[in-house]
Design a protein around this ligand. Sequence first.
Ligand code: 2AM
Ligand code: CA
Length: 261
Amino acid sequence: MKQQPNSDLINELLELAFGIARKAGELLTNRPDSFDINQKSSARDFATHMDHASEKLIVREILEARPNDGIIGEEGAARVSTSGITWVIDPIDGTVNYFYNLPGWNISIAAKDEEGVLIGVVYAPTLNSLWHASRGGGAFLNEKAIYVSQADALSDSLIATGFSYDLAERVRQGEFIASLIPRVRDIRRNGAAAVDLCHVASGAVDGYFETGLKEWDLAAGGLIAREAGALVSGRNGQEAGEAMVIAAGPALHALLTSEIG
Ligand code: 2AM
Ligand code: CA
């Protein structure tokens, strides 16, 4: 049995995450005229100086309010917790969208305890959307409760996915999509994993799957999807993680799991 979360702590963490996400959103909305780029795993995988600036702001604000918390950040923030709470942050999820000035990039902020993710906040200024959830407390978009779609047939399902930064993996993904697309309503590729998971939560898509997600892509959005009624897992019911994330309402989740194999 999971421990009943402490509501004062949850409210404190959520309020802090809301304030920080909005500040980071303001910083990022003020787009620079040019970008300093540093390449990561491949030419398709990069961070801009704005990813680093956003992470710096988020880390500073967290530690000002809660100096004993741990932090795991995509752009290198790493601090061990002495309070039992660790923040898992992606300072820009959907960097390629951000770089091209396409909508959907977001700031993803989660806090976890020894039982798992406790709160999650995803803020996408270009979509006027702030999603949040707390463990056992439901999921919300701009303060309104949201629920996963009840789609139970592939043919009626709008499915979001993403493609790897690795070229060989992309070729395999393309083949799988080619086999799936005649049998689903359609496919969407939004370019930001946390928003894809939030779209599952609100029924804006029926389901989502992707490989290669890291903890910071999944922490906040995964809780938001689950709290809205989605199942979020890996292949064959394994734990969701880098190898695979499948998120959908229970009926479609079973169908997608069997398709993905
Ligand atoms: P990022 O923008 O923070 O890198 C794109 O499909 C989405 O998946 C983005 O949210 C991107 O996050 C995330 N992602 C994380 N790791 C990835 C990987 N190895 N390949 C492709 N996308 C990845
Ligand atoms: Ca990122």
